[in-house]
Design a protein around this ligand. Sequence first.
Ligand SMILES: [Zn+2]
Ligand SMILES: [Zn+2]
Length: 269
Amino acid sequence: MIRTNWHTHTSRCGHACGTDEQYVKAAIRGGLKTLGFSDHAAYEEPWPSERMNIEEVPAYIASVRSLQKKYSGKIDIHLGMEVEYYPSQWETLTYYRKEMEYLILGQHQLELGAGSAYGIRDAKRLFQYVDALEGACRHGLCDYIAHPDVVMYSYPAIDGSVREAAQRIAEISVKYDMPLELNCGSGVRYGKQRYQDGERYAYPVRIFFEEFAKRNCPVVIGLDIHDPQLFLTNVYLNRALEVIEGLDCNILEDFDIISAAKKRKQMFY
Ligand SMILES: [Zn+2]
Ligand SMILES: [Zn+2]
């Protein structure tokens, strides 16, 4: 099992279960030393099955802060969020950047309310997705990119554009010193899916990590936990590791995302 996980949700997002404290207790039982909460960021428009409402943000902050104190000495808890790069929401994102100890980027849509990353099937929108990742990095919005390959969820086949997208993401990582996540969430939990060119997990996708390994990009393992029980199993971690088996990936263990965030936050003052 890993000792540090920066990618943890809470029931506020509408598709996770358990209390905040159950996540902490399970993480301790699972052997974690550092636990980062990174629930889905709220924006002006509510979306109850995908993210907390904006009115819930203060209670989220208060809850994580209080658990941080209560469990100090037992586990290091940190307050983060999983955000998207939505230029239209810049005021809200700036608030999160200042208020949270760290931010991870999970670009689930191309823009707020449009262009789901789970529905992309063409090269044009594949590259728009990469552009969004780059925008986030250029503005110092995030401290690692969660599931950079989530855009492969519906993409029909591994073609030349996919290789090019993976190369571009690797370049972005190098340019901005941005870790890329090996995600152990839904992509591996739902099992392998059939695509035009064979079976694979929706994500992580090996071709991305081939390019990340070539450029020695920093890689961080993220459990993407939506259920406290998942801290107690290695099944999904092992599935994700199997995808990159034999690749010389630069996996960062116990990555200090808090220090990285402190530097980038300066761009917001
Ligand atoms: Zn989620
Ligand atoms: Zn997530």
